[in-house]
Design a protein around this ligand. Sequence first.
Ligand SMILES: [Zn+2]
Length: 233
Amino acid sequence: MAHRVRWLGHAACQITTEKGAVILIDPWISGNPSCPIKKDDIKQADLILITHDHFDHLGTDVPDLVKSTGATVIVQPELADTLRKAGVSSDNIVHYGMGMNIGAEAEIAGVKVIMVQAFHSCAAGTPAGYIIILDDGKTIYHTGDTGVFDSMRLFGDIYNIDLALVPIGSVFTMNPLQAAVSLSLIKPKVAIPIHYRTFPVLTQDAAEFIDLSSKKAPEVKVEAIKPGQEVQI
Ligand SMILES: [Zn+2]
């Protein structure tokens, strides 16, 4: 047995732990042209992590997913307000409905989640990334939408990161070169490129990222999977 990390297209990811906890990150399901599943295919979620409020991350499914699964949502306070207005109960938002902020952590269903900074834009709150420590210590870093920044090195030093989910699409996030350099800072064992090909303006394939990563961070194994596929850690 192992933990399973499935890419649902764009920034959406689904982690199923060895013990059966399910974590959704940025579940833009409805309307996501590269998502291989439907909202109703998600039967279980214990945690939903939202990096920021752009449509391709927050999406429109979170209130329904919370209702159908009872998941707890991790968001910043400003986005907690947005979700409450959309019908999500405070009981389903982290820290008694208050949300949390950069540097903070929450532990739910045996999974520890730390919110970290990301450099991007959004309407409410600030963009974030997440470091997710599973019950056996395996650690996943979803950077959120961001350019490269030197504190990624700090995260690599503080947390022993097994898997990094990094955007490579350019236009809105890191391009393939920045994403490759980010791996040299984060030092994960494995990396999955995300946030590309969804729209015509984005980088259309992972070839350049794979090539640059082999030069900038040769010790990192890059797994360029297709939406719907998963990696085990
Ligand atoms: Zn985005």
